[in-house]
Structures are given as C-alpha cells and as structure tokens.
Design a protein around this ligand. Structure first.
Ligand code: MN
Length: 138
C-alpha cells in the first residue's frame, strides 16, 4: 500500500496533444504489474484533445461541466457528469469541453508493453469542432 498525499502539481496539457487550455491532475500512475494510468483532466471552454488513439482503449468518466466526444466518422456526442465513454483499442477519437462550458473527466487506460498510452494525430479543426450540437438548454 502506498499513500500519495495531495502534493503533485497540476500540469498544463501540452499543445502537442491539446487545443486550448487544459490542466491535468494525476490520479494513478503505472507501476510494476499495474498498467493503469488515470488522470483528472480539466478542459476550459472550447479546449479539446487532438485526434488520437489508445493502444488498449480508454474510458472517460465526466465529473463536471459539459463536454463533447467523437469517434472518427461518427457524430459529436454531448457528455455530462455521470456519463462515461469507452473508446476501443485503436479507435480514432477526440474529447473536450463544450464551447461555453468547462468540462472535467477522469481518463483511465492501460498502457501497452512499451509504456505508450496514446498515439497523437491532427488537431480537431475549428470547422470539425463547430459541428457540435448545441449544449444550451438541453
Ligand atoms: Mn482519448
């Protein structure tokens, strides 16, 4: 058993992976036989990941705000607190905040044999992002 006190600094999400301002708090780090990586990811309004895939898939669980998620070729889905989304291994996708709302989710995945958690692609363009359904009043 190992207790990690709340002493790890919040880090800013890299612009190599995110559009807009994103902050990340570590929840679980892979160690030894455990491959679990988990993060609490805080997206400011309009912020989102780039297109990406995860070698062993990923679950996100929304804890705050209003967010968006899309798999390549599918519609943009509105996601809210209590919603969870599973992305299949190798499924190209993105996730982020609605344009007018913060969104926080817990992101959970298993790293692969080489320690990789994701393969990153292009930014989600403003045109792609603008295809999101309205999140007002729903
Ligand atoms: Mn993802």
């Amino acid at each position: 058993m190992q207790v990690t006190k709340n002493s790890i600094q919040t880090t800013k999400g890299s612009s190599d992976w995110f559009t807009g301002v994103v902050y990340v708090d570590a929840v679980a780090a892979p160690t030894g036989v455990s491959r679990l990586s988990a993060s609490s990811v805080h997206f400011t309004p309009g912020a989102r990941t780039h297109w990406h895939t995860h070698p062993n898939g990923q679950t996100i669980y929304v804890t705050e705000g209003v967010g968006l998620a899309q798999r390549r070729g599918g519609p943009i889905e509105v996601i809210r607190p209590g919603d969870r989304v599973f992305f299949e291994s190798g499924e190209d996708h993105w996730h982020g905040a609605a344009s007018t709302r913060f969104m926080t989710h817990i992101a959970m995945l298993d790293i692969d044999d080489k320690g990789n958690n994701a393969t990153w692609g292009d930014q989600v363009s403003d045109a792609e992002y603008a295809a999101a359904p309205s999140t007002e009043g729903a």
